[in-house]
Design a protein around this ligand. Structure first.
Ligand SMILES: NC(=O)c1ccc[n+]([C@@H]2O[C@H](COP(=O)([O-])OP(=O)(O)OC[C@H]3O[C@@H](n4cnc5c(N)ncnc54)[C@H](O)[C@@H]3O)[C@@H](O)[C@H]2O)c1
Length: 143
């Protein structure tokens, strides 16, 4: 199974972020422009949280807040669950399952943000790995 370092190596899109003081509307525009489900939130150059479609549904819509006037810092998830590049896809998937999150920022040993992985990335890698194993077993059986 691949490591998270190998997964983010293959990514070409930059990490999408918004400033904590941006409005929810600005964050939603970023989600739409990049066709993603979550943006990382930065404050004074540091990683401060993550804002996802789920945060929007539960903390903005359900609480009657207005997207154009609500700063992202008021509705983001500040308690971040993250992975390191050394983690395997399997470990990251386990973490997503246990903590019920769909996006994990990737922080290196120095704590620097180096990427983000989603549940879709993990599913894609897992399917590819299973297909590889099946091909190997088929080759073994037919030789
Ligand atoms: N075929 C593929 O390569 C692939 C990979 C991932 C997701 N998907 C599909 O996309 C759909 C939605 O995926 P999802 O729910 O996993 O999450 P998502 O829509 O948030 O993520 C889609 C892709 O964008 C990337 N991404 C997410 N947030 C980002 C950010 N802030 N900055 C930079 N990149 C970011 C993810 O790593 C992932 O590769 C699903 O239907 C999934 O199956 C396909």
């Amino acid at each position: 199974m691949k490591t998270i370092a190998q997964v983010i190596e293959g990514k070409t899109a930059p990490i999408a972020t918004v400033e904590a003081g941006s409005t929810v509307l600005d964050a939603l525009k970023q989600l739409a422009i990049h066709n993603i489900g979550a943006v990382l939130v930065t404050e004074a150059g540091s990683l401060a949280g993550i804002f996802s479609e789920r945060d929007y549904a539960r903390r903005v819509v359900l609480q009657g807040r207005t997207s154009a006037f609500t700063p992202v810092r008021d509705v983001m998830t500040a308690k971040l669950v993250h992975v390191t590049p050394h983690c395997t896809v399997e470990e990251a998937m386990q973490l997503m399952t246990d903590r019920r999150v769909r996006h994990l920022p990737v922080l290196d040993d120095a704590g620097t943000l180096v990427g983000i992985v989603s549940i879709g990335d993990m599913v894609k890698e897992t399917i590819a790995y299973q297909q590889f194993l099946i091909a190997q077993l088929e080759a073994y059986i037919t030789t």
